[in-house]
Design a protein around this ligand. Structure first.
Ligand SMILES: [Zn+2]
Length: 264
């Protein structure tokens, strides 16, 4: 029996995923893994662990996740080379609990179905934030991005990365930090970009309104949009016009910013 279980874990065969997830996997071309015992992945210099998700948490999360993921065009996701997504609970990276983990060298994402389950807005942000790290890594500028960092005021310095910033409330939206949406975004250039991308999707109206009075934020939005559409043309206007806050009618300022940006 033990031997059988080990084989099941090793080959990534778990329980049958809820239909929203298996349909998503078929549509986007990735394997959906729902482990039935401890899942552990040893990457290059890091360890990811997770436990099986209870069925009710999994079913609830599956609906939320599928709705968010379906915002992405298939061609975009294929370019990011995600071949497997694992859904579990008690997810950790090097023994630090995480709501999600992008595993770049394994072409794989892990999502915790229970983390922040009392707050669907938080869970929606996590879907996009962590996936953006994968996009950014594929573009080879995850941690080293002088072009992006140069958008900040000259005296600004990022912190020492997201793992070091576990301050309560660091992920809350604020209008108190010029150029940033959250305190967490100041912890590292990689977190700045991921926070912006996620909140542009989940809290688009808040972000668009802030950008009207924050030129640094506006420049970051334009750079992010430009990079995404260059990475895959499906991530241009056709993507953003479906996201509240970025529909053409309420996006006059962004069109302005875009024209300004293209001259540089
Ligand atoms: Zn992050």
């Amino acid at each position: 029996m033990l031997g059988t279980l080990a084989v099941l874990v090793a080959t990534g065969i778990g329980q049958t995923p809820p239909s929203p997830l298996s349909e998503l996997g078929a549509q986007y071309g990735f394997q959906v893994e729902v482990p039935t015992s401890t899942v552990s992945w040893q990457g290059q210099g890091y360890t990811v662990r997770g436990e099986p998700a209870p069925q009710d948490a999994l079913d609830k999360y599956a609906q939320l996740f599928a709705k968010e993921w379906k915002l992405y065009p298939v061609s975009f996701v294929k370019k990011t080379k995600v071949s497997k997504i694992t859904f579990c609970i008690s997810l950790s990276l090097n023994n630090q609990f995480r709501a999600a983990v992008p595993s770049y060298d394994a072409d794989r994402m892990f999502y915790d179905t229970a983390a922040g389950a009392y707050n669907s807005n938080y869970q929606r942000n996590v879907v996009h934030h962590e996936y953006f790290h994968m996009v950014d890594q594929r573009e080879k500028r995850l941690y080293t991005d002088p072009e992006w960092a140069a958008l900040n005021p000259p005296d600004f310095k990022y912190g020492s990365g997201g793992a070091q910033m576990r301050t309560s409330g660091a992920g809350s939206l604020t209008d108190k930090i010029p150029g940033f949406l959250t305190l967490y975004g100041t912890s590292g250039v990689e977190e700045d970009k991921a926070e912006l991308f996620a909140h542009m999707i989940v809290d688009g109206e808040f972000v668009a309104n802030r950008a009207k009075v924050d030129p640094v934020l506006e420049k970051k939005i334009q750079m992010l949009k430009k990079r995404l559409s260059e990475f895959d043309s499906s991530m241009g206007d056709t993507f953003w016009k479906n996201i509240p806050g970025w529909k053409p009618a309420d996006d006059k300022l962004s069109i302005f910013g875009s024209a300004k940006f293209s001259k540089n």
